[in-house]
Design a protein around this ligand. Structure first.
Ligand code: AHG
Ligand code: MN
Ligand code: MN
Length: 316
C-alpha cells in the first residue's frame, strides 16, 4: 500500500477505518479497533467531567478502584460485548475473564486496561487506555501470539497508536472526534534520548542500577510521569529511549501487569523495531499463569535492552 506521505495529503485526512481498510486489515479486527476508538470519546468526557473519587471497590490486584476506572471499564466492556466479534474479555478492573454471551462470531479475545494511570487524573497528568487482541478464545497465551495491540493517550491531544502486525501507526482525534492518520510505520532509532525509571531506585538490583547509571552517563534525559502510556509514547515518538519498571528488592515481579499492560506495549515496541525484556528474556515469550500475572519490564531501543540483559546477567 502506498504510504500516506507518498499519496500526499488527500483532500480529506485518512481516518482510522479507511486506513485499516486500505491496509487490508480483517473487517472483524477493524471492528474491534474502531469500537475502542468510539469508546475513547466517552472516556475523554468521563475524564474531563467525571467524579475523581473512589468507587468503594477494589480490582483483582486488591487495589482501590476509582470511579473513573469502573466507568471506563464499563464503557469499553459494553462496546466489545455488542461488537459481534468478541469471544472473551479480560479487564484489569475485573476479577475474572468474561465470556461474551451476546450474539458473536467469537473470533477475537481482548485484554484491556481501561484507564491506565487513573490516579494521575486528579493532578491533571496524561492517562491512557491499553488494549491487547488475540484471534483466539484463549487469553492465557504468550504475547507473541497477539494479532494487534493499541493504546489511546488522553493528553493535550488524544492520540491512538496501533499495530495489526504491519508496523506501528499514530492517529490523532480531530474536531469531529474521529481519528486521522498522523504518522505511519514509526520506527525506533538507536540510542536512548529519554529514559523512564519506574519504581524506587534504592530497591534496584545491581544490574538495573548499573544500567540506569549507563543511561545517565550517556546523556539520556529522565522523563518519568508515572503514567505507563505517556511514558512509553515518549520513547516511541522520540524514536529512542527506555522505559523500565524493574524487579525491586521488595517486589521481585515488579508492578506492571502482563496481560493488560506489558504484552500490548511489547507488541507495539517490537513492531517499531524495539525490544521488550523481563530482564532475563523476551517479554512476548512469557507464558502467563494467571490473568493477574506481573513482570519486571525493560522496553525501548533494541541495543539498550540487549545491554540491560547483559548487565543483569553479569551482576547476578
Ligand atoms: P494503573 O493506573 O492502571 O494501575 O497503572 C499505573 C501504573 C502505570 O501507569 C505506571 O507505569 C506505574 O503504575 C507507575 O507506578 P509508580 O506510581 O509506582 O511509579
Ligand atoms: Mn495500568
Ligand atoms: Mn488501570
Amino acid at each position: 500500500m502506498t504510504s500516506a506521505a507518498e499519496r500526499g495529503k488527500t483532500k480529506y485526512q485518512i481516518n482510522l477505518r479507511r486506513y485499516l481498510r486500505e491496509c487490508d486489515v480483517d473487517r472483524d479486527l477493524t471492528r474491534v479497533i474502531c469500537e475502542i476508538a468510539n469508546a475513547s470519546k466517552y472516556i475523554i468526557n468521563a475524564i474531563r467531567t467525571g467524579d475523581l473519587g473512589v468507587a468503594g471497590t477494589s480490582n483483582l490486584y486488591g487495589e482501590q478502584q476509582l470511579a473513573l476506572d469502573v466507568l471506563a471499564d464499563r464503557i469499553i466492556q459494553k462496546r466489545l460485548m455488542y461488537s459481534g466479534v468478541v469471544a472473551n474479555l479480560a479487564s484489569e478492573e475485573l476479577p475474572d475473564i468474561i465470556e461474551v454471551t451476546h450474539p458473536s462470531n467469537k473470533r477475537y479475545s481482548i485484554a484491556f486496561d481501561p484507564l491506565d494511570g487513573s490516579s494521575l487524573v486528579d493532578v491533571n497528568l496524561a492517562v491512557g487506555t491499553i488494549v491487547s487482541i488475540f484471534e483466539s478464545d484463549n487469553l492465557l497465551q504468550p504475547g507473541r501470539n497477539q494479532v494487534a495491540a493499541l493504546y489511546v493517550l488522553y493528553g493535550p491531544r488524544t492520540t491512538m497508536v496501533v499495530s495489526t502486525g504491519k508496523g506501528v501507526h499514530e492517529f490523532a482525534m480531530n474536531q469531529l472526534m474521529e481519528f486521522d492518520l498522523v504518522q505511519e510505520n514509526i520506527t525506533m532509532e538507536g540510542g536512548a534520548k529519554v529514559y523512564a525509571p519506574g519504581g524506587t531506585r534504592a530497591k534496584y538490583s545491581p544490574g538495573t542500577e548499573k544500567f540506569a547509571r549507563h543511561l545517565e552517563t550517556n546523556g539520556a534525559k529522565l522523563r518519568y510521569s508515572g503514567g505507563f502510556v505517556p511514558d512509553i509514547n515518549q520513547v516511541l515518538i522520540k524514536r529512542g529511549g527506555v522505559f523500565m519498571y524493574p524487579h525491586l528488592s521488595d517486589a521481585p515481579q515488579g508492578k506492571l501487569r502482563v496481560l493488560f499492560e506489558l504484552n500490548p506495549m511489547a507488541f507495539l515496541i517490537e513492531q517499531a523495531g524495539g525490544a521488550a525484556s523481563t530482564g532475563r528474556g523476551r517479554m512476548l515469550d512469557v507464558e502467563p499463569q494467571g490473568i493477574d500475572d506481573r513482570s519486571p519490564i525493560f522496553i525501548g531501543s533494541k541495543e539498550e535492552i540487549a545491554r540491560l540483559e547483559q548487565f543483569i546477567a553479569e551482576e547476578s
